[in-house]
Design a binder for this molecule. Structure first.
Ligand SMILES: CC(C)(COP(=O)(O)OP(=O)(O)OC[C@H]1O[C@@H](n2cnc3c(N)ncnc32)[C@H](O)[C@@H]1OP(=O)(O)O)[C@@H](O)C(=O)NCCC(=O)NCCS
Length: 287
C-alpha cells in the first residue's frame, strides 16, 4: 500500500531539504573573510582586477558594500565616490542597514541552490544589489533627503529593472531571485524572510489612494510574474503560484494560483520562502 501522506507525497516530488535558516545577527568580520575566501584560487587576470575592486581592496563588509553601491549607481549627476560616502554615512548612522545586508546575503546562500559561496551574490546578483540600494534610499527617505532617495530609486530601476519605492518597508533576509522586473509600491510591507521571483508586482489596484499596497507577512514565497494588487495581506508562510493575480487576502500557510488567484491544496506548515518550495501543496482529494 503506497504511503499517500502529505509528507510522503512532498518528499516523493522532490521537495528540497534545507539546513535550518540563520536567524541570528551575522558576524560581519567572519562574513567578509568568507567572501574573500570565495575568491581564492582565481587567477584570471581580468577577474583579479574585478575581485580587487569588489572585495580585496576593502577592509570590511560595510566598506565593500558602500564601494559597490557607489560604483554601481554612480553617474554624471552624482559620482561614484560621492555616492559611496553617502552610503557609508547611512551605514554609520544606522548599523541596522549593514546588519540587514549581511543577513540578506546569508539567506541567499541558504535558499538559492545556484549560490556556491558568498562572493557570488555579493558581486553578481542584482536582486541583492537592488535590495541594498533600497535600504539606503529608505534611510534617506526617512531622514527627509527625499530627492536623494528618489535618485537612488531611479538609478536602481534603470540599472537593475527593480523599482522599489523608498517609503516601502522591507524586513531582513529578503531574497529577490533573478532580480528583474520587480515593482514594489509606496505603502507595501515585506516582513522578514520573504522570497520573490522575477517579475513580481506589489501594486495598487488603481482604485484607492493612501495605504493601497500589499502587506506580505513573514516567510511568504511569491512566484515569477505574480501580481499582488491592493491593500491585501499575504499571511505568514503563504505561497503564490507563478503568473497569479492576487486580488484578495491569502490566509497563512496557504497556496494560491491563477487569475484571479484561488486557494489550492491543503494548508502547509513550513515557511516556503526558506525552502524555495515552488510546488503545489499535496492534493486534498482523490478521484
Ligand atoms: C481591473 C481593475 C482596474 C479592477 O476593476 P474593477 O472594475 O473595479 O473590478 P473589481 O475589483 O470590482 O473586480 C471585478 C471582477 O474582475 C476580477 N478582476 C479584477 N481585476 C482583475 C485582474 N487584474 N485580472 C483578473 N480578474 C480581475 C475580480 O476578481 C472580479 O471578479 P468577480 O466579479 O468574478 O468577483 C484592477 O483590479 C486592476 O487590475 N488594476 C490594474 C492595477 C495595476 O496594474 N497595478 C499595478 C500598479 S504598479
Amino acid at each position: 500500500m503506497p504511503d499517500l501522506s502529505p509528507t510522503s507525497l512532498a518528499a516523493s516530488r522532490g521537495a528540497r531539504a534545507v539546513a535550518e535558516p540563520t536567524l541570528l545577527p551575522i558576524d560581519q568580520e567572519r562574513l567578509w573573510s568568507d567572501i574573500a575566501a570565495g575568491c581564492e584560487g582565481c587567477d584570471d587576470p581580468l577577474v583579479r582586477g574585478l575581485l580587487a575592486t569588489g572585495i580585496r581592496n576593502h577592509a570590511s563588509f560595510a566598506n565593500g558594500l558602500a564601494a559597490l553601491i557607489g560604483r554601481k549607481l554612480g553617474d554624471r549627476s552624482v559620482a561614484d565616490d560621492a555616492l559611496s560616502e553617502l552610503v557609508a554615512e547611512a551605514f554609520a548612522a544606522d548599523p541596522h542597514i549593514v546588519a540587514a545586508a549581511a543577513a540578506d546575503l546569508v539567506a541567499i546562500r541558504e535558499r538559492d541552490p545556484a549560490t556556491a559561496n558568498y562572493a557570488t551574490p555579493f558581486l553578481f546578483f542584482k536582486g541583492y544589489h537592488a535590495v541594498q540600494c533600497y535600504r539606503v534610499a529608505h534611510w534617506l527617505w526617512n531622514n527627509d533627503r527625499r530627492y536623494l532617495a528618489l535618485h537612488l530609486q531611479s538609478r536602481t530601476s534603470e540599472l537593475f529593472a527593480v523599482d522599489i519605492h523608498p517609503a516601502a518597508r522591507l524586513g531582513r533576509r529578503i531574497l529577490f531571485d533573478h532580480g528583474t522586473g520587480i515593482v514594489i509600491g509606496e505603502t507595501s510591507v515585506l516582513e522578514d524572510d520573504v522570497s520573490l521571483l522575477q517579475g513580481v508586482t506589489l501594486g495598487g489596484t488603481g482604485k484607492n489612494v493612501g495605504d493601497r499596497h500589499p502587506k506580505v507577512r513573514r516567510g511568504v514565497l511569491i512566484g515569477a510574474g505574480a501580481k499582488i494588487l491592493g491593500n491585501i495581506e499575504l499571511g505568514e508562510g503563504a505561497k503564490v503560484g507563478a503568473g497569479s493575480i492576487v486580488l484578495e487576502s491569502v490566509p497563512p500557510f496557504t497556496t494560491v494560483v491563477g487569475n484571479p488567484a484561488r486557494p489550492v491544496g491543503t494548508r502547509h506548515s513550513a515557511l516556503p520562502a526558506f525552502t524555495m518550495d515552488q510546488m503545489l501543496p499535496p492534493i486534498d482529494y482523490m478521484i
